[in-house]
Ligand binder design. Structure first.
Ligand code: NAP
Ligand code: SF4
Length: 678
C-alpha cells in the first residue's frame, strides 16, 4: 500500500468479520443517547463518521438495567421498543461502510441516583449517592441483564457489543480490592474478584452466538490506590479471551483518579506502552487508547507493535473525515482535536449535548447545515483570530468571495498565545489547520492590514464580518504605569522576560495559564516529555505498584509566583469541570500562592501592596520583580459601530461582540454560524 500509514489503513480480519482499517471510534456519550427523539440525530452523527472512513464505531454507554444507569432515564437496551429505535443508528453506520458495536454499561457506585449498587457498600468521591452491596442473586441477575442487552443489540443490527470493564464502573469495582471487600465467591481472592468480568463475557458470548464482535474494555492501569496488580490484569485478559472476547480495548484510569488521562497536557499516545505490555499475553487484537489524535501518532503506535488497533473518540468530533484525509495523504487538512474538553466532556458533565470547540457541527449534523450559497457575494472578514478564521473559511467554502484582513503579521489571535502555554501545544494544530484551509478555500488573506470603515466601504463589500477581538483590561491601580507592570500578552509572547518573583493580577483562565508558564522549567511550545510527565503525576509501571500509582514528584518551580483575585471564592472556579482540577493541582504542586479577597492598593518600589481579610484590614507587601496583568478583556468593536452608522451590513462576532467570558468555543461557533447564514 503506497501510503504514509500502511499499518493504520490495513484491514483487520477478526474471524467474525473484516474491519476496513485499524481505526476504532471509541465510546463517547454525546448527549443524544438518552431521549428517544434524539436517536435520529445520533444516526446522522454516526453516518458522517462512517462515511468518513472509521472502521469500527463503539457507541456511548447504554444501560443494561435501571440500577446500572449512570443517570436516571439514561439510554438503555432492555426492550423490543428500544431495539426498533436503534435500527436507524446501525443502518447509518453500515450504509457508510463501518461496523458498529453498542457499549454495555453498568455504572455501579458511579450511578448518580439512589438505586446505586456495587461490589461492597460505599460512596465514590464523585457521586453523592452511596452504593449498596449487591446480593449474590442480584449479581447473577446482572449477568443475565448483560446477556439480554447483548442479544437485543444484535437484533437492532449492531455487529456486537463492548463490555465496559474499565474507568471504575461496576465490573472494575468488582476487580479492585479498593472497592471489593466481599468474602463470598465474588470477592476475596483475585480469582473471585475477576468472576463477574469473566462470567459477563461468557454470558454475552453465549447470547450473541459465535459471530458477534465482543470487545472487552479492560482497565490496564487503574491509577487509583488499591487498584489491580499487573499480574491480576494479565490473568484477567487471559480469562476474558478464553471466555469469548474478540478484541481487548484499553481502559486507563478510574473517573475518580487524580491523574489526568486525556486532557491536553497529557503527552500524545502517553499510555500505549501499557497496551504493548499486555499484548504478548493474549491472542486477540488489542486496542491502544488515550491522546491519539493524528495519523502519524497512530501509525507509530501500530508500527512499533504496541497494538493492533487504535481508539480515538474526540478526534472524530473534531473531524468526521479524519480517516479519509489520512487515506488521501492529507493530514494537514485534519481539524485536530486539541484535547481541551471544553465542548465535549465539559458539556456532558453539564448535561448538555456534546459538540466540539474546533467543529461546532459535531452533534448538530441535522441542524447546522453548511450549504453552497445561492449567489456568491463579496465578504470582508476583519480579524484573523479563531472567530474570523472560522467565518472566513466557512463563507469561502460556501462559494463566497472572501477577503480576510488582519492587522498583525500572522493569523491566530489569542491562539498564538495559547500554543506557548505548557501543555497547550496542540493549539498550534488548529492554527496549522486554519492556515491550510485559508489556502485551500482561496480566501484572500491580507496580513499587516489594519482596515477602516471607509476603506471597506470603498471596496464595496456586500457583507462585513467584524471579528476584531479583545484588548487586555488594565485595572485602575496607583502605580499601574510603572515599567515592572506588564500585560499577559507581553509575557506569553516572550516580548518581556520577568524576574524570579512575580504577582499575577487576575485568576481567570489566562491568569492560570500565565502561572503555569512562569513556573514551568521547559521551553514554551515544546511538547511535554513522557517520563517527566509520568514522574510529575506519579504514574508508574503497574509491575511496581498496584494500579500504576506512585508518589508524584512535582516539578520544582523556577519562580515564586502569587496568583491574586478580588473574589473570595476558590481560585479557578470558572475553569472547565474536567480540566480545572488539573490546572489547580499543577499550580499547587509548584507552590504558587493563591490569594483571594484581595484589594489592590498600589505598586511602588517595594512591590505590590494589597489588603486582605474580610474587611481588608490586613495589609501586605508582595516584594515582586514584576506584576503581570491578567484582569480580563475589553471588546474592540469600533469598526462595527462605524460600519453600522454608514449603513453597511456588518456582523459582530467573537470577543469583539462580547469580551466577558470570551472563549474560543463561542468565537468559532459564532464564526461558523454567521457564515452559514450569509
Ligand atoms: P476572566 O476569566 O474573565 O478572568 C479575569 C480575571 O481578572 C478574574 O479573575 C477577575 O477576578 C479579574 N479582574 C476582572 N476585572 C478586574 C479589575 N478591574 N481589576 C483586577 N482584577 C480584575 O478572563 P481571562 O483570564 O482573560 O480569560 C478570558 C477567557 O478565556 C475566559 O472566558 C476563559 O474561558 C478563557 N480561557 C480559559 C482557559 C482555561 O480554561 N484553562 C485558559 C485561558 C483562557 P476578580 O474580579 O475576582 O479579581
Ligand atoms: Fe477535542 Fe476540544 Fe473538540 Fe473535545 S471540544 S473534541 S477535546 S477539540
Amino acid at each position: 500500500m503506497t501510503t504514509a500509514y500502511p499499518n493504520l489503513l490495513q484491514p483487520l480480519d477478526l474471524g467474525v468479520t473484516i474491519l476496513r482499517n485499524r481505526v476504532l471510534m471509541g465510546s463517547m456519550h454525546v448527549g443524544l443517547e438518552d431521549d428517544r427523539h434524539d436517536l435520529g440525530k445520533l444516526a446522522a452523527f454516526y453516518a458522517e463518521r462512517a462515511e468518513g472512513g472509521v472502521g469500527l464505531i463503539v457507541t456511548g454507554g447504554f444501560g443494561i438495567n435501571r440500577t446500572g444507569w449512570l443517570l436516571p432515564l439514561a439510554g438503555k437496551m432492555t426492550s423490543a421498543a428500544e431495539v426498533r429505535r436503534h435500527e436507524p443508528v446501525t443502518r447509518a453506520a453500515h450504509d457508510g461502510g463501518a461496523r458498529i458495536a453498542l457499549q454495555l454499561l453498568h455504572a455501579g457506585r458511579y450511578s448518580y441516583h439512589p438505586l446505586a449498587v456495587s461490589a461492597s457498600w460505599g460512596k465514590s468521591p464523585i457521586s453523592p449517592f452511596p452504593a449498596r452491596a449487591m446480593t449474590g442473586r442480584e449479581i447473577r441477575g446482572t449477568i443475565d441483564d448483560y446477556a439480554r442487552s447483548a442479544s437485543l443489540a444484535r437484533e437492532a443490527g449492531y455487529d456486537g457489543v463492548e463490555v465496559m470493564g474499565s474507568e471504575g464502573y461496576l465490573i472494575n469495582q468488582f476487580l479492585a480490592p479498593r472497592t471489593n471487600r466481599r468474602t463470598d465467591r465474588w470477592g476475596g481472592s483475585p480469582e473471585n474478584r475477576r468472576r463477574l468480568a469473566t462470567e459477563v463475557v461468557a454470558a454475552v458470548r453465549d447470547a450473541m452466538g459465535p459471530d458477534g464482535i465482543l470487545i472487552y474494555r479492560l482497565s490496564m492501569l487503574d491509577l487509583v490506590r488499591g487498584g489491580q496488580s499487573w499480574e491480576e490484569v494479565v490473568a484477567l485478559a487471559e480469562e476474558v479471551e478464553q471466555a469469548g472476547a474478540t478484541i481487548i480495548n484499553t481502559g486507563i484510569g478510574w473517573h475518580e483518579a487524580r491523574i489526568p488521562t486525556i486532557v491536553t497536557s497529557v503527552p500524545r499516545g502517553a499510555f500505549s506502552w501499557v497496551t504493548a505490555k499486555l499484548r504478548p499475553h493474549v491472542g486477540v487484537p488489542v486496542v491502544a487508547s488515550n491522546r491519539i489524535n493524528m495519523p502519524a501518532v497512530a501509525e507509530e503506535i501500530l508500527a512499533r507493535g504496541d497494538a493492533d488497533l487504535v481508539s480515538m473518540a474526540r478526534p472524530f468530533l473534531a473531524d468526521a473525515d479524519w480517516v479519509r484525509k489520512a487515506e488521501a495523504g492529507a493530514p494537514e487538512d485534519i481539524n485536530t482535536c486539541i484535547a481541551c474538553n471544553q465542548a465535549c466532556l465539559d458539556h456532558v458533565f453539564q448535561r448538555t449535548r456534546a459538540t466540539c470547540l474546533v467543529n461546532p457541527r459535531a452533534g448538530h449534523e441535522t441542524e447546522l447545515v453548511i450549504e453552497p450559497a445561492g449567489t456568491g457575494r463579496r465578504v470582508a472578514v476583519v480579524g484573523a483570530g479563531p472567530a474570523g478564521l472560522s467565518a472566513a473559511i466557512t463563507a469561502a467554502d460556501r462559494g463566497h468571495d472572501v477577503v480576510l484582513f488582519e492587522a498583525g503579521d500572522d493569523i491566530g489571535g489569542q491562539f498564538r498565545l495559547a500554543q506557548r502555554i505548557p501543555g497547550k501545544e496542540e493549539f498550534a494544530e488548529t492554527l496549522r489547520y486554519y492556515r491550510r484551509q485559508v489556502e485551500r478555500t482561496g480566501v484572500d488573506l491580507r496580513l499587516d492590514t489594519p482596515v477602516t470603515a471607509e476603506e471597506l466601504i470603498a471596496e464595496g463589500f456586500d457583507e462585513v464580518v467584524v471579528a476584531t477581538g479583545v484588548r487586555p483590561r488594565i485595572p485602575d491601580i496607583p502605580g499601574i504605569d510603572r515599567p515592572e507592570v506588564v500585560r499577559y500578552d507581553q509575557v506569553v509572547s516572550g516580548e518581556v522576560e520577568v524576574g524570579d518573583h512575580v504577582a499575577v493580577i487576575g485568576a481567570g483562565g489566562i491568569g492560570f495559564d500565565v502561572c503555569d508558564l512562569l513556573t514551568h522549567p521547559g521551553i514554551p511550545g515544546e511538547p511535554p516529555d513522557l517520563d517527566e510527565w509520568m514522574a510529575e503525576w506519579g504514574v508508574t509501571d503497574p509491575d511496581r505498584a498496584r494500579g500504576g500509582v506512585a508518589d508524584p514528584q512535582p516539578v520544582a518551580s523556577v519562580r515564586t509566583v502569587h496568583l491574586l483575585q478580588r473574589r473570595t471564592t476558590r481560585h479557578g472556579t470558572d475553569l472547565g469541570k474536567t480540566t480545572g482540577w488539573v490546572h489547580r493541582a499543577t499550580l499547587r504542586a509548584r507552590g504558587v500562592t493563591m490569594l483571594g479577597g484581595v484589594r489592590y492598593d498600589r505598586i511602588d518600589d517595594e512591590g505590590l501592596h494589597v489588603s486582605l481579610g474580610k474587611d481588608h484590614d490586613e495589609q501586605r507587601v508582595l516584594p515582586v520583580d514584576h506584576v503581570v496583568i491578567c484582569a480580563g478583556q475589553e471588546s474592540v468593536s469600533g469598526l462595527h459601530e462605524a460600519l453600522r452608522a454608514a449603513g453597511v451590513a456588518s456582523h459582530l462576532i467573537g470577543g469583539a461582540e462580547q469580551a466577558r467570558e470570551v472563549d474560543a468555543k463561542r468565537a468559532i461557533e459564532q464564526g461558523v454560524r454567521v457564515a452559514a447564514a450569509l
